[in-house]
Design a protein around this ligand. Structure first.
Ligand code: FPP
Length: 242
């Protein structure tokens, strides 16, 4: 069975979960969402997935009510230190992408500490997308490359797919093979638009806090049953595998 190397997840439905459970605020949904993330990262490490990238906070999320933004940042800071033993135990390396300098200083500090502490772990790379937006990421890459041309450091012709990929936050990472979005919404919401050009997309009705190992395995089974043609014909693919 073919296993994706890199899974990207849009963890959606925390607010609806909290409401459905009768909690007064959406925040409990985010707290329980962290547990779902811990389970999922652990399962990915055990199953042999090499990269897991999760949408934890989008650039657009800054416009949520201040109480919710503050709670999310508090959850981020407390989870980072609390989860370090789990990350070490499972060989998980932590990375982060996005406009990280927009995060509170305490979150930046905690992220740097956990990144440094887990830098030698090689089983799974868990990347948190924080204050992340794909269009903004691509604009940043275009600006970097344009600057290099104007400074005479590269030619216009040297800007190819590899050069563009290298100017993104995800430089050095393989592109996601599979995108999972929970909660039943069927949108990409400005997530890794360049990187998921050839990814399989799976939308699942489960709310993120309820996402379990079984849901992950169901997504992996669906992924394995799909034929990834990348523009080729079925016959060409069959010839390649013979
Ligand atoms: C989407 O659910 C979820 C988020 C905006 C945050 C995802 C965060 C976590 C799972 C916790 C980990 C958080 C950090 C910062 C590490 P929603 O609130 O949009 O739910 P709804 O669509 O039901 O309203």
């Amino acid at each position: 069975m073919s296993l994706p190397t890199h899974i990207a997840i849009i963890m959606d439905g925390n607010g609806r979960w909290a409401k459905g459970q009768g909690f007064r605020t959406r925040i409990r949904g985010h707290e329980v969402g962290v547990e779902a993330l811990r389970r999922t990262a652990q399962s990915c490490a055990e199953l042999g997935i090499r990269f897991l990238t999760v949408y934890a906070f989008s650039e657009e999320n800054w416009s949520r009510p201040k109480t919710e933004v503050d709670a999310l940042m508090r959850i981020l800071v407390s989870s980072l230190s609390k989860e370090l033993p789990t990350l070490m135990q499972h060989g998980i390396q932590l990375q982060a992408i996005g406009k990280l300098d927009q995060l509170p200083k305490s979150a930046q500090r905690e992220l740097n500490e956990v990144k440094a502490a887990t830098a030698g772990n090689a089983r799974l790379v868990l990347t948190l997308a924080l204050s992340y937006g794909s269009r903004q990421e691509m604009l940043g890459a275009a600006q970097t490359l344009a600057r290099e041309v104007s400074e005479g450091k590269r030619s216009v012709e040297s800007i190819d797919e590899a050069a563009f990929s290298n100017a993104l936050y995800t430089q050095g990472m393989p592109d996601p093979d599979l995108v999972i979005r929970t909660s039943g919404e069927q949108r990409i919401s400005n997530y890794l638009l360049w990187q998921i050009s050839y990814a399989e997309l799976i939308f699942m009705p489960v709310l993120w806090p309820d996402f379990s190992r079984e849901h992950l395995e169901e997504a992996l089974a669906q992924y394995a049953s799909r034929e990834r043609r990348m523009g080729k014909t079925s016959e060409q693919l069959n010839e390649q595998s013979n």
